[in-house]
Design a protein around this ligand. Structure first.
Ligand code: TYM
Length: 331
């Protein structure tokens, strides 16, 4: 059975981008593959969370994984820092990851631009840690959104480099995976780029948002003065709202508003109201379970323990082999 690995950084509540880009696929894949889904708390250290925030954010992602339908009996759900073997493999891979290629990573360049005062080494070697996450379980499929495509390419580079240096075909090649044709990129509500946690307040719709909060955010989303000719190409901010409707609404609803747009009869107020209601319906089953799960400390502890045990078993096996392959031997 093929092995699947993916993770989400514990940097705040999960949003529709995380859900449609990643978690929805986690839930489907758990029935067919040997799955490892983790909470990337080591990755979150690049932005220096306080201990209390770190712990709270890890719990939030764990709760939302479970609320979204990941089943701890089927998939291995674990916290990255519970598996120190990942950090060990990261160290080995770092020896063959080069400054030039790390500096060229798009996500690194974006982070440097956004926060020039915090260009730390952890940020630079972020793709190496991500490669370690994936290849420690010898995964071949990695369900992620479009923004992670380059990181997957780098994971293949680092795995292949290890293979060439030490042992041919040891690590299999991991590829970004989605059930559809293209990796998903869910836009935000600000009329610009993707939905994200750091893209500014109001841009992201969270799985834990109340219906009222969702309505407010959607009604405030950026629009224009309306179409001025029939069948015109939609400007970015309008296209983004249609893209969101495409994932949360029925095909009939989408076609209805598309037709209104193309005939210049669309009223953005109605369009946004429908979009908000469909987002509320789409997130309801998750939202409804979040509080109950969050209050069940015993259950969360059990899930984290079970996941840590299973993930460590797999990681230990790889690290034992890797140590031998590299040449660490006891006397
Ligand atoms: P992160 O925490 O930024 O995002 C988690 C997952 O959500 C997807 N995603 C999106 N998909 C579509 N549209 C969006 N607007 C959107 N926003 C986020 C991401 O593509 C991702 O799948 N580096 C990773 C975490 C990670 C990881 C790994 C993933 C660490 N190690 C190993 C896979 C395998 C990250 O920062 O994702």
């Amino acid at each position: 059975m093929e092995t699947v690995v993916s993770g989400i950084r514990s940097t705040g509540n999960l949003h529709l981008g995380n859900y449609y880009g990643a978690i929805q696929n986690f839930v489907k894949m758990q029935h067919e593959y040997n799955c490892y889904f983790f909470i990337a708390d080591l990755h979150s250290l690049t932005t220096h969370p306080t201990p209390a925030d770190l712990h709270g954010n890890v719990k939030q992602v764990l709760v939302e994984y479970l609320a979204a339908g990941i089943d701890p009996e089927k998939a291995t759900i674990y916290i990255q820092s519970d598996v120190p073997e990942v950090a060990e493999l990261y160290l080995y891979l770092n020896m063959n990851a080069y400054l030039g290629e790390l500096e060229r990573a798009t996500s690194f360049k974006d982070k440097v631009r956004a926060n020039p005062d915090n260009v730390n080494a952890g940020l630079l070697t972020y793709p190496v840690l991500m490669a370690a996450d994936i290849i420690i379980h010898k995964a071949t499929k990695v369900p992620v959104g479009k923004d992670q495509e380059q990181h997957l390419e780098m994971a293949r580079t680092f795995g292949n480099r290890f293979n060439r240096l030490y042992k041919n075909d040891y690590f299999p090649e991991p590829y970004a995976f989605t059930f559809g044709e293209n990796l998903v990129k869910i836009p935000g509500l600000d009329g610009k780029g993707k939905m994200g946690k750091s893209e500014g307040a109001g841009n992201a719709v969270y799985l834990s948002d109340t219906p009222e909060a969702i309505r407010k955010k959607v009604m405030r989303a950026v629009t224009d003065g309306g179409p001025t000719t029939e069948n015109q190409t939609k400007p970015q901010e309008i296209q983004n709202l249609f893209d969101l409707m495409n994932v949360v609404s029925t095909p009939d609803t989408y076609a209805h508003f598309e037709n209104l747009y193309n005939t210049m009869a669309i009223r953005y107020g109605d369009f946004k109201k429908q979009l908000a209601e469909d987002m509320i319906i789409a997130t309801a089953p998750i939202r409804d379970r979040i509080n109950d799960i969050a209050n069940d400390a015993d259950y969360l502890r059990k899930v984290a323990q079970l996941g840590a045990d299973k993930a460590r078993e797999s990681a230990r096996k790889t690290i034992k082999e890797v140590r031998e392959i590299i040449g660490f031997k006891s006397f």
